[in-house]
Design a protein around this ligand. Sequence first.
Ligand code: ADP
Ligand code: MG
Length: 285
Amino acid sequence: MLVSTVGAAAADQAGAQPIISLRTATFGYDERPVISDVTLDVSPGEVVVVLGPNGSGKSTLVKGLLGLNDQLSGEVDLFGVPRARFRDHARMGYVPQRHTLSGSVRATVEEIVATGRLVRQSWLGRQSATDRQVIARALEVVGLGDRAGIDVSTLSGGQQRRVLIARALASQPDVLLMDEPTAGVDTASQHVLAEVLARLAAQGVTMLIVTHEMEAFSDLVTRVIVVDGGIIAFDGPTATFVERRVDVLHEHHTHHHDDEPHDDRSSLPGAPRSGPLDPGRRPRD
Ligand code: ADP
Ligand code: MG
């Protein structure tokens, strides 16, 4: 199929301007700063992993650059445009942390993914043949091509997260921002997700991935950012991070607990909570 999941920017990466550019940016809530003085550029093709303890400000950083919380100082440019004037939201694919697909409304996998396409559709809102192709392709890329017609509530947590990634892909974004896509997902599903993201990286999709499971993505990550106590404590190439890991991450930071109680299905409304003997459960460290 000729339809790509990649937006326009991936094609002309060489010497391109940063996709995301922050200059001494401070983000928070109700005038209270949570993450301060962040200066960073994310260039086309980079796969950036954001690490750091719970509560350190990782989600606040991602939401902040998208304009979803309060910016208290500094500048944010997206694709070279100051965020206040940025309108091309389809270019930024965002998969929020802990997003549960509502069980109160019945929807098929395809219907959910199609909502991600709306930003690209004409004002009439009708799906073109291209729209349908892009939606089908997004489902294929995340390995759910054969699940298009089924009710999302019947999927596992890991599969639901892939539906949300497909939804983000349906807008053909140039950058994917994912906040803990593997949290609470069993190891097998993590591998599937890592393969999905590797495929996207190979297509030139830029990514910013907040995660505690960097190992799952070690093959594709080009750069590591560590957030600690509301500041950027480290920002550099993966190789440098690996060398300095002991200095960068304090001992207690290596023992993470995901901040949501879950196994692969607990995000499903009405799904039974697993017990300790549940085979799908991932041992916690
Ligand atoms: P992380 O993603 O690294 O776990 P967060 O960015 O979610 O950390 O949270 C950082 C800090 O910001 C925490 O102290 C948290 O309580 C606070 N915070 C997060 N979301 C909100 C919110 N919506 N309103 C007020 N404070 C918040
Ligand atoms: Mg978070």
